[in-house]
Design a protein around this ligand. Structure first.
Ligand SMILES: Nc1ncnc2c1ncn2[C@@H]1O[C@H](COP(=O)(O)OP(=O)(O)OP(=O)(O)O)[C@@H](O)[C@H]1O
Length: 228
């Protein structure tokens, strides 16, 4: 479970991005985080990954107290959280296989395990046939699928997707959604920050809307609710 209580985040330049957030997300939920540009969505996801620390308030992920956590514990937290970005962030000189394997090599998994695991996740995102390609040889949707494979390689309990369909056309966005839903069905919590109205309105999930750093709406099967 992810639990935030009275969370504030003010950046060093004085901008307050979160203004007293209270939220509880159970293991296995699929949550869209929506809201206008600059509302605090990315900051919200960054706190969970401990990319940023709250200025005030408490954040718990299961038994872990993130606000009190020592820096040296951060890598352990991050092993349990996968992250997918709008711009894929693949290593351009490495093949699809190597991009995914790299995520497991840095956490010192055994080579034999890495090999089977990489092929398994590439199969999950339907890219086994492109394992030897480099990112430049792939479409945007394929690159995003590689980045999803990399994010789930270590079987994280939480997957954060920050605008995963932001650079993709509608048809490719549906493919990505389908894969995210399959991952969610294995019990992984998914937090997806998005501006994609069609996706949110068609694939109904819990919607948390953030405006000016506070949650203004939290609905079980909500709609997008904005015109942009
Ligand atoms: N590292 C930072 N330093 C200073 N201010 C920041 C930093 N990151 C974000 N902000 C500010 O905090 C506020 C919230 O930003 P955030 O990126 O969380 O919004 P967002 O809802 O994700 O926006 P978008 O939909 O455009 O991605 C904005 O005013 C932004 O300028």
């Amino acid at each position: 479970m992810i639990e935030m209580q009275g969370v504030y985040k003010t950046y060093p330049n004085g901008v307050t991005a979160l203004n007293g957030l209270d939220v509880r997300i159970q293991q296995g939920e699929f949550v869209y985080v929506v809201g206008p540009s600059g509302a605090g969505k990315s900051t919200f996801t960054k706190l969970i990954f401990r990319e940023e620390k709250p200025s005030k308030g408490s954040i718990h992920i299961n038994d872990l107290d993130l606000a009190a956590m020592k820096e040296r514990r951060i890598p352990k937290l991050r092993r349990n959280i996968g992250v997918v970005y709008q711009d894929f962030r693949l290593l351009p000189r490495l093949t699809v296989y190597e991009n995914v394997a790299f995520a497991l090599e840095v956490i010192e998994q055994r080579p034999a395990e890495i090999k089977t695991r990489v092929m398994d996740v590439l199969e999950q995102v339907r890219l086994k046939n492109k394992a030897r390609f480099i990112p430049d040889e792939l479409s945007g949707g394929e690159q995003q699928r590689v980045s999803i494979a990399r994010a789930i390689a270590n079987r994280p309990r939480i997957l954060i997707a920050d605008e995963p369909t932001g650079n993709l056309d509608p048809e490719t966005s549906w493919e990505i959604m389908h894969i995210l839903e399959e991952i969610n069905q294995t019990g992984t919590t998914i937090l997806m920050a998005t501006h994609n109205r069609e996706v949110v309105n068609r694939v109904r999930k819990r919607v948390i809307a953030i405006e000016d750093g506070v949650i203004v709406r939290d609905e079980r099967r909500g709609d997008y609710g904005y015109e942009d």
